[in-house]
Design a protein around this ligand. Structure first.
Ligand code: SF4
Ligand code: SF4
Length: 317
């Protein structure tokens, strides 16, 4: 802890407003962390009494399966949606108890879903930062320290590196399985103005594929999906049976749809068929617009129903 104090002293003193509990520096996995959380600390459950926890798709997968719920049921009962960035990229946070700030999974003994607790809970009091240089394809993990006055675990004598802490908390597996989602978000951000503000349907798709896995599965086995994409039978069987495989496939699907990467095989003629469908739809919208416009123009120049000059266009048909 002395390391941190020396490192951050000036930055913290110079802050113009109340100090944020997140220390303003990026740390690597070798950094020493003095911390231990256990039932005997006087702040037991303090962190779970006031939550702000972003869920990764893998967090949702683990929790909904633990609770024996569909993804839709889990999302409704235990989450609130939020926007990750100014483009409206959808994210999901853990919902607190009605009228309060505590986590719904908190019980006197601690966490009632401990083995399947979310990534952010595993990391605390470390925060995971995922960064990517513009010339790199993969993201790099970096960390920050969260030092809240209410958390007395920092005063315990135990010391380990951040990487050792991640291992003991099972965070390494969660990082691995959340990587596809983190990379999609980084890629979306770094695409910047070239991609522009995405249409609502793009964000709806992003939400379904990442967070509402059971709805995505129904989409993947639908006729329309299979008319477009050529998925081998064995792979389709895996996607139906295995949530984790489906989640990985979802990342490939979004890379294909959002960034034009050839991560999926489209059936021959599927692109042309899709273009034809979109053209037909656009034509129908245009025809409806024209019909309405003609009706409005006619009504503007005709007398009211029953009056001289009434051509009948205003009468109910
Ligand atoms: S999921 Fe568990 S560890 Fe995380 S905030 Fe809730 S009770 Fe605490
Ligand atoms: S506030 Fe810190 S020490 Fe206290 S229970 Fe939470 S993580 Fe453990």
């Amino acid at each position: 802890m002395q390391d941190y104090d020396a490192q951050f002293k000036n930055l913290a003193e110079d802050a113009p407003f109340d100090q944020s509990p997140v220390m303003p520096n990026m740390l690597d996995g070798d950094t020493q962390l003095q911390f231990r959380c256990h039932r005997g600390v006087k702040c037991w459950n303090a962190c779970c009494s006031n939550i702000d926890i972003t869920l990764t798709p893998y967090d949702i997968l683990r929790l909904k399966n633990r609770l024996g719920m569909s993804s839709g049921e889990f999302l409704q009962k235990y989450t609130v949606p939020y926007e990750i960035d100014k483009d409206g990229t959808p994210g999901v946070k853990l919902r607190s108890v009605d009228g309060g700030t505590a986590c719904q999974f908190m019980v006197e003994e601690g966490c009632s879903v401990y083995e399947d607790r979310p990534t952010a809970c595993r990391y605390y009091p470390v925060a995971l930062l995922s960064v990517r240089n513009s010339d790199e394809y993969v993201d790099r993990l970096s960390f920050a320290l969260v030092q809240e006055k209410t958390c007395f675990g920092h005063q315990e004598p135990d010391t380990q590196t951040i990487d050792q802490y991640r291992q003991t908390q099972g965070a390494v597996e969660y990082d691995e399985k959340g990587r596809g989602w983190r990379q999609l978000i980084l890629k979306k951000k770094s695409a910047g103005p070239a991609i522009g503000k995405p249409p609502a349907i793009t964000n709806q798709l992003f939400f379904m594929v990442n967070y509402d896995l059971d709805r995505f599965r129904a989409f993947v086995i639908s006729d329309s999906f299979n008319k477009t994409y050529d998925i081998p039978v064995d792979q389709m069987a895996e996607l139906v049976a295995d949530d984790e495989k489906l989640l990985q496939f979802g990342t490939d699907f979004l890379r294909h749809v959002l960034f034009g990467e050839k991560t999926l095989t489209e059936r021959e003629g599927a692109y042309e068929a899709r273009t034809e469908r979109l053209k037909a739809k656009a034509e129908a919208i245009r025809a409806e617009f024209e019909a309405n416009r003609e009706k409005i123009e006619d009504e503007k120049y005709c007398a009211p129903p029953g009056q001289p000059g009434d051509c009948g266009c205003g009468s109910e048909s």
